[in-house]
Design a protein. Structure first.
Length: 464
């Protein structure tokens, strides 16, 4: 199957083409035959992988990078209005297309599974992509992280299934019309776009309303926000709701999760039949993600026992408890966690696998607005580590907020009894950790910003 290209996507130009979401769409379009071009602020392995697929990737943002014959300019919500390439597009009259509209277009004519939730989208989408591929179904997919190599976050498949993350952060997941939708959880986050949990719930309700008639909603039974949305949409005509969780009345009931080092063995009851399978990443929340993936695949008609076995092929995604290496008896693991719930889940997962080993965390807060609203909770999560180093806030797309610094998190962590060190110089972290770490320790670099770059530096310093 090779869906045709809309005219606007024949020669698209992506501003920020190296981003996790943007690069995936660009790759699929290139695989479908589009002449893809774009720009990014810095060169990267992702940019190089796109070039290998025939894309033209410019480094830096300049009006001259936009070709006059471009059929569209694709942007994400992170692109500022004063971007020179965006201004040039206006001068030339080239249509500007949001990333979500481009992704929605890629799903046309296929059977989409859209994975939504405040946390766990990338992992669950990856589990589906890997397991469906292992079954020979060759799905298309667009994931917010690389599976095993730069540029492996997306694929144009010959099968009729398309698996995609559905991002609630800016409400763009309202653009999709999935056959199956997953809601893993719903919590207050993205404070620049949502003023209350009620707005979050309303946004997820709108998303559910986009499921095609006769479609299925797979929803976490035991998570308060997801369960609230399930209650609100119960009884909608043409919608089947399937719940999963450890509760007795869940449709897909998890009866046992057995930790086995850095893996878990999961047993579920589905349609009266017991299934046991392996999840090759540690932690209860990853086991729940795998069961959500199982329920979604079954809703598309895939035999449960086949899919359960194939889910064992998933071995993780970059930045989701990814082992970066070991030096001097110290393992360094990278975690994308940046919301308190994610931080707690990853620290509990590692604690369960670590035994008597100490856990040291290098945490980089992500966004001023998130720190303002959830800084105290972040500090509380860090109390689960034996010691932490906290960096300055990674701003991403935001301007600073007066009075909002990492000190909010540090003070909360110390109030919770945590051993915390403030470090304003990222370049000094490798030395700081080398002075703290002992053989047998586990070091987590944690956050959604560039803290991930510190893993190799820490390993090099420990080796020296």
């Amino acid at each position: 199957m090779k869906p045709g290209l809309p005219t606007a996507m024949e020669r698209p130009h992506f501003i920020g083409i190296g981003g996790a979401g943007m690069s995936g769409i660009a790759k699929i379009l290139a695989q479908r035959g589009a002449q893809v071009a774009g720009s990014d602020s810095r060169d990267s392995e992702t940019a190089q992988a796109l070039r290998a697929h025939g894309a033209t990737v410019h480094i830096g943002h300049a009006a001259g990078h936009l070709a006059d014959d471009s059929t569209s300019v694709v942007v994400s919500s992170a692109i500022r209005a004063d971007n020179p390439e965006l201004a040039r597009a206006a001068e030339l009259g080239i249509p500007v297309v949001h990333r979500s509209d481009a992704l929605a277009g890629l799903m046309d004519g296929l059977r989409p599974i859209a994975v939504a939730g405040t946390h766990g989208k990338t992992t669950t989408t990856s589990m589906l992509a890997v397991s469906l591929s292992a079954l020979g179904l060759d799905p298309s997919y667009a994931i917010g992280g690389d599976l095993d190599a730069p540029g492996s976050n997306a694929h144009h498949g010959e099968g009729d299934i398309f698996v995609a993350e559905a991002d609630e952060s800016d409400r763009t997941f309202h653009k999709y019309s999935p056959q199956v939708a997953i809601i893993l959880n719903a919590e207050l986050d993205h404070h620049a776009n949502y003023a209350s949990i009620e707005e979050i719930y309303e946004s997820f309700e709108t998303f559910v309303g986009k499921i095609v008639p006769g479609g299925t909603l797979v929803v976490a039974h035991g998570q308060e926000g997801a369960a609230e949305i399930a209650r609100r949409v119960a009884g909608r005509e043409g919608l089947t709701v399937v719940t999963y969780g450890e509760e007795e009345d869940a449709d897909v009931r998890i009866t046992k999760i057995t930790p086995r080092g850095l893996t878990s063995e999961v047993t579920v009851v589905l349609d009266g039949r017991m299934l046991t399978f392996t999840v090759s990443v540690p932690g209860r929340h990853y086991a729940h993600n795998a069961v959500a993936a199982l329920a979604a695949g079954v809703a598309l008609g895939i035999p449960a026992h086949n899919l359960a076995s194939a889910l064992g092929k998933y071995t993780g995604v970059k930045r989701r408890l990814q082992l970066k290496g070991e030096a001097a008896g110290v393992q360094v693991i990278d975690s994308y966690a940046h919301h308190p719930t994610e931080m707690t889940a990853d620290l509990e997962a590692i604690r369960g696998a670590a035994g008597d080993s100490r856990i040291l965390v290098v945490f980089q807060p992500h966004l001023f607005s998130r720190t303002q609203e959830l800084g105290k909770e972040m500090g509380g999560a860090l109390a689960l580590a034996d010691a932490s180093v906290v960096l300055d806030i990674y701003p991403a797309r935001e301007d600073p907020i007066p009075g909002i610094t990492s000190e909010l998190i540090i003070a909360a962590a110390r109030s919770a009894g945590a051993d915390v060190t403030a470090e304003h110089d990222k370049a000094a972290v490798a030395d700081v950790i080398a002075g703290m770490a002992k053989p047998g320790d586990l070091v987590l670099t944690m956050g959604a910003g560039d803290v991930t770059d510190l893993g190799p530096a820490i390993l090099a310093r420990l080796s020296g």
